[in-house]
Design a protein around this ligand. Structure first.
Ligand code: SAM
Length: 194
């Protein structure tokens, strides 16, 4: 049992993606990148509703996570919703090679927990087609800002280093959205093209 299995046994409350944000994001993707995306992988899906949100919009969804407990709980929710267009895969994103070529790759609140970020980013890049998009949502922290515990700097990645690293693997990296939470928590959505 890994650390995340223990966390998921206590049914943590992670927010689903905001529906307004999601519909604006999809509109942007359809207008600028891919007019009819149909497939999505959710990297580190946990027990979140995200896979369900996309499946209910008609996407074929694959969720990947390395917590058995999360995947069992998520499968239960999927069964309750009677959704047939979701596949769950148990895998460690530090070494699992993605075998699909999805239109959208989503990674929400997971990047900070990935030890092998180079492998992870190369893996994402390798599975992308020309008109795929990688949506990377992560808390970030900025140089020169003094954070306190309530700002949760422990689950944030350095903004400058992250932008630099992601840019080194992809041709186009846009900062699409900031979501300011709490005192100084800053959740950035990077919209990344191959
Ligand atoms: C904070 S939760 C976010 C879950 C979900 N994306 C959401 O938005 O609710 C982090 C997730 O990343 C998963 N995770 C962390 N490290 C991982 C790894 N190396 N491989 C696969 N999943 C991982 C955890 O099991 C957990 O489900």
């Amino acid at each position: 049992m890994n650390k995340w299995d223990k966390i998921f046994q206590n049914n943590p409350k992670y927010k689903p993606l905001n529906e307004l944000f999601l519909s604006k994001l999809l509109q942007k993707i359809q207008t600028e990148i891919n007019p009819s995306p149909k497939t999505i992988i959710d990297l580190g899906c946990g027990i979140s509703e995200t896979v369900i949100q996309f499946a209910q919009k008609g996407f074929n969804v694959t969720g990947i996570d390395f917590s058995h407990v999360a995947l069992e709980k998520l499968q239960h929710k999927i069964d309750v919703c009677k959704l047939k267009n979701i596949t769950l895969i148990h895998a460690d994103l530090n070494d699992y090679k993605i075998k699909l070529e999805p239109d959208i790759i989503l990674c929400n609140l997971v990047y900070t927990f990935i030890d092998n970020k180079e492998f992870f980013l190369k893996n994402v890049s390798d599975c992308m087609k020309k008109n795929s998009v990688f949506i990377l949502i992560t808390p970030v922290k900025h140089k020169g800002v003094k954070y306190t515990v309530v700002d949760k700097p422990g689950i944030a990645v350095g903004f400058d280093e992250t932008l630099k690293k992601v840019k080194s693997f992809f041709s186009s990296v846009n900062i699409y959205h900031h979501d300011y939470i709490g005192f100084r928590e800053d959740y950035v959505t990077f919209l990344v093209k191959k």
